[in-house]
Design a protein around this ligand. Sequence first.
Ligand SMILES: Nc1ncnc2c1ncn2[C@@H]1O[C@H](COP(=O)(O)OP(=O)(O)OP(=O)(O)O)[C@@H](O)[C@H]1O
Ligand SMILES: Nc1nc2c(c(=O)[nH]1)N=C(CO)CN2
Length: 165
Amino acid sequence: MTRAVLSIGSNLGDRLANLRLATTGLADSLVATSPVYETKAWGVTDQPDFLNAVVVVDDPDADEWTWLHRAQTLEGEAGRVRTRHWGPRTLDVDVVTVDGVTSDHPDLLLPHPGTPERATVLIPWLTIDPAAVLPGHGPVTSLVDALPADAVADVHLRPDLSLAR
Ligand SMILES: Nc1ncnc2c1ncn2[C@@H]1O[C@H](COP(=O)(O)OP(=O)(O)OP(=O)(O)O)[C@@H](O)[C@H]1O
Ligand SMILES: Nc1nc2c(c(=O)[nH]1)N=C(CO)CN2
């Protein structure tokens, strides 16, 4: 179990710099990096717009817990302070999938349970892996097709913002 899909998001501070902090920190294992999207906040909607992206990472020495710890370390490095659930944050790194692993441990739910409804994850993911499958839920293309139109309309490609160096 080595390959993981991570979603990254920021809506506080220098949002692009926060996303880059994540991709720089993951550089040794980065396989693919999606474009950057500017997205309306879902869940708690009275907060600033997010920048969101998805990365695929691979490391033969990592398991799912390694990826969670790396995600949380990056959030800490970006100065994330945990405030309210779904509230604003400098950097959020979620573990979307780790190979075909499923987990119902509350500290590491896999696949991440929010994924099927999150246009902010599915749309960027599809750009870097058009054949992606969410374990237990099927092809990501089908999940995107099932999204409400307004959720898709809230996800805007920002070709002027790149995570590539
Ligand atoms: N797949 C996962 N990826 C990241 N964190 C997870 C995962 N599954 C469970 N968690 C747990 O979720 C807890 C809260 O995470 P966090 O504060 O980032 O939630 P959130 O980003 O506000 O909401 P959401 O998880 O719905 O995006 C963490 O303690 C973490 O251990
Ligand atoms: N657009 C958008 N909205 C959110 C996001 C996010 O990454 N993007 N993350 C949240 C908490 O995980 C809450 N709301």
